[in-house]
Design a protein around this ligand. Sequence first.
Ligand SMILES: *Cc1c(COP(=O)(O)O)cnc(C)c1O
Length: 395
Amino acid sequence: MPETETQPARVLERSAVIDLEAIRHNVRRLAAAASPAKVMAVVKADGYGHGAVPVARAAVEAGASWLGVAHISEALVLRAAGIDSPLLAWLHTRESNFAAAVAAGVDIGISGWELDRVVAAAREQERPARVHLKVDTGLGRNGVTIARWDSLVGEAMEYQDQGLLRVVGIFSHLAVADEPHRPETDEQLEAFRAALAIAADAGVDTEVRHLANTPATLSRPDTHFDLVRVGLGIYGLSPFIGQTSEELGLRPAMTVRTLVSNCKVVPEGQGVSYGLNYHTSGESSLALIPLGYADGVPRIATGGPVRINGTNYPVVGRIAMDQMVLDLGADAPRDGSLLGAEAVMFGDGLDGGPTADHWAEAAQTNNYEIVTRISPRVPRTYVNEVSPATAVVES
Ligand SMILES: *Cc1c(COP(=O)(O)O)cnc(C)c1O
């Protein structure tokens, strides 16, 4: 993380610092991997915790031609911010506001029941809906079953002939692309091709066929079709166990950092945090870190690393709502210099510091969950909001 005096982010006592140049870099890297297929930047869940609007802007600037979210409500936030890229929302309930989606030009993923609701919204708005038909090729979540695909396509084409909608895309989602050796991806790919053939026979003429997520974009060019939907990768994280961001040419965009809020010398046998599950093995210094599970640190993640002054220390004892404790050992400076020192929970890892991958391991989860669950109590700040490339042109 480059540090300059013009970055007030560093002064905040607790923050998630988002490097928008890292986002741009990752989008360019993924766009190169996907080419000639285009890139949909997935910014659901507030941009995996990074901030949907600033991430979407940076992604579009770096070449993402589509944006994707789960909920229509998330899409409307982007439209309200003035972002006018093609934008798809794919997860709905009977209470979803399809009329608002049609009015805002938001493309709607259709897994079955939504079709009639979307057509009603198009009639109400006097504007054809833009839909992407989703087929379940094996994930068992959303998407119409293969058995019902034929009839969904037929119904959609009838509505298209009536001018009520346009079938813009056909898509599906992969289940095990993060484990490239597994055969199910081939089976899903085959099912997807069969579904595309059925749609072509029915006269569907799509703009975009899309199947790949981040791991498939990086490991399976045969899944790219016209468009790849990349989430994790644009945030610079690796979808593969045993492969780092750096090895994939990606740069983690989020750094969660704070300041040491207390530091004190304690005797051997000092119990630490609720439950007193940890005791110091000798005289030692304890550092108090003002981040806890209300900030999104998983309570289960005792042992996760925090970096202070170039050393990574494991969290000891229970992680509490607001705070966690590091045992700095006997050799830590006792001159009070650690009070107020910067403490990094995770960042890009390039300096040997902790990463979201380390915390995922400590919490028995994945890096998706670590960044996404950083809570609104941790203020987001942004660096490199203006791309250096643009800045050079302007100066
Ligand atoms: C979240 C999501 C993605 C993005 O997946 P990544 O593994 O983060 O790239 C793509 N498509 C759908 C349908 C999703 O729900």
